[in-house]
Ligand binder design. Structure first.
Ligand SMILES: Nc1ncnc2c1ncn2[C@@H]1O[C@H](COP(=O)(O)OP(=O)(O)O)[C@@H](O)[C@H]1O
Ligand SMILES: [Mg+2]
Length: 376
């Protein structure tokens, strides 16, 4: 059987903070295949950096285990793990040339001069910095410095490449350029990479799989498509892309289908997600209580007011034409606000503010998500 590049098993990290404790990482389990690119996405403070630092060995887990290529490394020191780490601040040696920065680890490892020369050249070609060998970090742009940091790490041929918000210090345009380059390089080298970011487009565009974290826990792991089209929790639906959440009264419950009362007395049914990994924290739905219906703004159809039972009703509170589509904000009878993005077509009808409208939801694109306990 093929060995996993990384196997995290119930990894937990508790820090002492003020008078108490804080669980920065809470039973994180994850299996990463060789050559996979996995991004960690979540709000600030959700435990991304701490997870990466434990994989690298800068922190030891409070409990749980870390296996790298089949060997238990939970308590192995950093320098025995063969891991490359690229940080947000490039951490280059300012008094050393680019060549010496990249060669540093190889020299420390006692490799032959000729091998070092070849490897450094190859690495610099790889990151597109052939002619900069003799320059110093201060003579390079931010993007170039980050490439040197990357070359310095890949030259060591690590088992795992860990990157913690490596592009945060670069301007928006360069960030987008660099993300494509890093991804291309990662694929070319076939290197396994864990990449932390709080930027969702970065996380979605670079990854084979994305780990969405919240408050130390893994909320969901999946491809960009899976996470966008099948969010397993309200947190993920809300955090990734834009999502409308409408609360409606449950009228019927089947195994994984919920029926709700629309504002006109009609009935609407859609799939209900039952996540397997957070059961105990989930409140089950009951007939007569509210359920949270999740729908993307681009999955609504806005039509002239109908008032029949097949539609939902709303009042337009804002209507903005942005070229490719019209962005509506609609106020529902219970004062909930939702967004609708309607793609531009010739002769499309554009509704105005304060107009009464109806809207339709395609059940295929709608989901009922479980509600966490102890939350309003
Ligand atoms: N060395 C530490 N001592 C105490 N608390 C820490 C330490 N490192 C991180 N934390 C806390 O752990 C939580 C997770 O932090 P971190 O992993 O840096 O989150 P992220 O990288 O997702 O922003 C935060 O609440 C942070 O304040
Ligand atoms: Mg961080």
């Amino acid at each position: 059987m093929k060995k996993l590049a990384l196997d995290l098993n119930d990894v937990t990290k508790t820090f002492q903070k003020d008078d108490g404790y804080i669980t920065a990482v809470d039973k994180v389990s994850l299996q990463v295949e060789e050559g996979e690119m996995v991004t960690f996405l979540g709000p600030s403070g959700c435990g991304k950096t701490t997870t990466l630092r434990m994989v690298a060995g800068f922190e030891l887990p409070t409990s749980g285990s870390i296996t790298i290529r089949g060997s238990d490394m939970t308590n192995t020191p950093v320098n025995k793990r063969k891991i490359g780490f690229v940080f947000q601040n490039y951490a280059l040696f300012p008094h050393m040339s680019v060549y010496n920065n990249v060669a540093y680890g190889l020299k420390a490892r006692g490799e032959k001069d000729k091998d070092i020369r070849d490897k450094v050249r190859d690495a610099l070609v790889m990151v597109g910095l052939v002619d900069t060998e003799n320059r110093y970090p201060s003579q390079l742009s931010g993007g170039e410095q980050q490439r040197v940091a990357l070359a310095r790490v890949i030259v060591m041929e690590p088992n795992l490449l860990l990157m913690d918000e490596p592009l945060s210090n670069l301007d928006a345009k360069l960030r987008i350029h660099m993300r494509t380059e890093i991804r291309r390089l990662q694929k070319k080298l076939g290197i396994t990479c864990l990449y932390v970011t709080h930027d969702q487009s970065e996380a979605l565009s670079m990854a084979d799989r994305i780990v969405v974290m919240n408050k130390g826990k893994v909320e969901q792991v999946g491809t960009a498509f899976e996470i966008y089209s099948n969010p397993q929790s309200l947190f993920v639906a809300d955090f990734i892309g834009q999502a409308n959440i409408i609360h409606l009264k449950v009228t019927s419950l089947a195994e994984d289908v919920i029926g709700v009362q629309t504002h006109n007395g009609g009935v609407f049914s859609a799939r209900c997600i039952i996540p397997d990994h957070i059961d105990s924290s989930v409140e089950s739905y009951e007939v007569g209580k509210d359920a949270a219906l999740v729908i993307r703004p681009e999955s609504l159809t806005v039509i002239p007011y109908k008032g029949g039972e097949e539609t939902f009703n709303a009042v337009v509170s804002s209507s903005v034409f942005v070229g490719s589509h019209v962005e509506y904000e609609l106020t529902l009878p219970n004062n909930e606000m939702i967004k609708a993005f309607i793609p531009y077509t010739n002769n499309m009808q554009i509704f105005k503010e304060e107009e009464q409208v109806s809207f339709m939801i395609d059940p295929v694109n709608a989901l009922f998500l479980p509600r966490k306990k102890n939350k309003p």
